[in-house]
Write a protein that binds this ligand. Structure first.
Ligand SMILES: Cc1cc2nc3c(=O)[nH]c(=O)nc-3n(C[C@H](O)[C@H](O)[C@H](O)COP(=O)(O)OP(=O)(O)OC[C@H]3O[C@@H](n4cnc5c(N)ncnc54)[C@H](O)[C@@H]3O)c2cc1C
Length: 369
């Protein structure tokens, strides 16, 4: 099992629950802990430290599961084996769940003249410039699509507006959100409309269809020639599969192609789930989890001789920070019906509790905390 993020943790938990010691699961990750992606926003706007949101892998104690803390250096999908610093590991089944990496160099000047908040280090580093920003123009800019958690850039713009209001400087600041997509959350017109009216109420400018090609000091230049001056640039870097996955020759158009219904790659016994795969669903933890469940059920059926599980339905719910401590929810269904749908649930305090329960249920299930 390559990668102990949303996908890897859910898959190993299901296998441990259903099969226990009947199978040997080796879960490989280079980090010593996991944290939820949404904690990055808490680090930027709520003064939360990375240490306080990190869940240590040492707490993952499950029958049949061994956690190996190693960097994966190469992947051979034909032989279902990987090289790490301490040697070769191979299996009867291999599941690639290594997530998506960021390609800062794809947007020259982003690292030098802007900030990015999609990595934990980036979110920690962006917290300072956010806290000291008190006048001028802030641009939240998405540098490429697809990108993780499609509502997150909108959440960032709304939380920034709240933060500036709290400090009494909102009137001295302008906020613009730019995206290559035409609307904030394209699969859910209802969610996009609700976000647009929230932006309007708070004086946030949304500009869709814009992709930055480079940043200069205080200036972002877009593909169509548009130029926006900025005092603070909060960037979402272009995404791609990790180098080790690309170098193994199993990607197409930047990601691992899979059959969406089964998550199978073209290699026998090799699956890919989550952000690293192109399963025709958004890049979000909840979809990585759903895909991992389908693969787990397939492996369980293989071991126990049961029937193959139903296909991956591409259904999941994402929580959206709407500002003023309210949370909305969008229920996405990408694969079960003839059309992609995204049903919007209006922001409320109750949904804040639901989001908090989402986090604590995973903490308990995966880490026993
Ligand atoms: C600001 C922000 C907010 C978000 N909010 C939400 C949200 O509210 N809900 C939601 O569902 N999703 C959210 N997401 C998205 C979510 O974090 C990701 O989509 C999710 O983590 C993907 O899960 P995954 O299992 O595919 O990969 P990951 O969780 O990224 O896990 C991949 C693992 O592979 C490991 N790895 C990578 N390369 C190697 C290597 N060479 N050797 C060893 N280990 C390696 C990494 O250390 C990592 O632990 C958010 C993301 C961001 C940036």
């Amino acid at each position: 099992m390559l990668g102990a993020g949303f996908g890897g943790l859910e898959l190993s938990t299901m296998l441990a629950e259903e099969l226990g010691d009947q199978v040997e699961v080796t879960l490989i990750d280079r980090n010593d802990s996991f944290a939820f992606g949404y904690s990055k926003l808490d680090m930027m706007f709520r003064g939360v430290s990375l240490e306080s949101v990190s869940l240590p892998y040492s707490k993952v104690v499950k029958p049949g599961v061994t956690l190996v803390r190693e960097e994966i250096r190469s992947i051979d999908a034909e032989s279902r084996s990987v090289e790490t610093d301490s040697g070769t590991l191979e299996g009867d089944v291999m599941v690639i769940a290594l997530g998506a990496d960021y390609d800062l160099e794809a947007t020259p000047g982003l690292a030098e003249h802007g900030t990015e908040f999609y990595s934990f280090a980036g979110a920690r580093d962006a917290a300072g410039p956010v806290a000291s920003f008190s006048s001028g123009h802030a641009v939240v800019g998405v540098c490429g699509a697809p990108f993780k958690c499609p509502p997150a850039p909108s959440e960032c713009a709304l939380m920034l507006s709240d933060e500036l209001t709290r400090r009494g400087v909102r009137g001295d600041c302008e906020i613009t959100l730019t995206m290559p997509l035409g609307s904030p959350v394209p699969p859910s017109p209802e969610t996009s409309a609700a976000l647009m009216s929230e932006f309007e109420a708070r004086g946030i400018t949304f500009r869709g269809g814009l992709r930055p090609v480079r940043l200069e000091p205080g200036l972002v230049i877009y593909e169509d020639g548009t130029e926006l001056p900025f005092d603070l640039f909060l960037g979402i870097p272009k995404h791609r599969a990790p180098d080790v996955v690309i170098d193994s020759g199993i990607t197409e158009h930047g990601y691992v192609p899979v059959e969406p219904a089964t998550l199978k790659t073209k290699f026998e016994g090799v699956y890919a789930v989550g952000d690293v795969a192109n399963a025709e669903v958004p890049k979000a933890g909840v979809f990585a989890e759903g895909a991992a469940r389908v693969v787990a059920k397939r492996v369980i059926a293989q071991v126990t001789g049961g029937d193959a599980p139903p296909p991956f339905d591409g259904k999941a719910s994402c929580y959206i920070e709407f500002g003023e401590e309210r949370i909305a929810r969008v229920d996405i269904d990408f694969l079960s019906g003839p059309e992609r749908t995204g049903e919007f649930n209006a922001p409320s305090q109750e949904l804040r509790q639901e989001k908090s329960d989402f986090g604590s249920s995973r903490r308990a299930r995966w880490f026993g905390l």
